[in-house]
Ligand binder design. Sequence first.
Ligand code: 15L
Length: 293
Amino acid sequence: MKTILITGAAGDVGTHLRRELAGQYRIRASDLRPLKKVAQETYVRADISKMSDALKITKGMDAVVHLGGYSVEGPWEGILSANIIGCYHVFEAARRNGVKRILFPTSNHAVGFYRRDQTIDHRVYIKPDSRYGVSKVFGEALGSLYADKYGMEVFCMRIGNVNPAPIDKRRLSLWFSPRDLAQMVAIGIDHPDIRFEIVYGISANKRAWYDNSNAYRLGYRPQDDSEVYADEILAREKPGDPVAEKFQGGLFCVAEEIPNPAPIPGAARPTSPTKAKARARARSRPRRGRRDR
Ligand code: 15L
């Protein structure tokens, strides 16, 4: 049985994945946050913004599934530390520890500025829709470098939205059921012939915006299709922001910040540069009535 590391294991995707893969692999689950253990896995608390922690958790692994990091658009400081520095640490630590295979869950937001009337495949030019999307492009680029330069095997999944069921119209195109996620991850871990691949992490959705032929070529056979939820979802959906509606990335194309679905309990929230500037402007503005006094 292979031993795998899952970083960011306490998050939503990590929690679904660990449940689905329990018994198939020996799992080392790591996160900054505490987590509820699934049978037979081990938990290691780690902060991947520290190289020493990344070296500790990647040691002795057959493969790394690097889910850790900021999972939505957010303040640059958070993205930089978790998704750029942290991602580099995980790849570099894996290389130093001789771990050949890395699965990098990138995101639909690496290509979120493609329009919804376009169908894109794994070869299109990147079009990130957010700082978060840029950080995912960074991870893909790092994967390409480590594959070409160091012979590592890197499997990048541009994940749509992992949920037990699709949650809105946009997610009808992007839905990724937990069991399809587990199937794709197993391909990434076990396929004998991976060098550097990009696939789309979605189920067999009729409304998909992707030509996912690269995943199918590697044996992916998704079992779920969001279409069974379509009538119910479309009946309750109200028209949204016109820019968000036009592009695949949706609200990420317009938002400066999206509430973090997996904050670290008790941690101070970093202030976004936009909010910090607005506060500074407000402080320097003369108070109403002051000049008359
Ligand atoms: C993502 O990349 C996020 O990690 C996830 O939280 C969702 O927001 C998803 O994209 C999405 O586009 O729905």
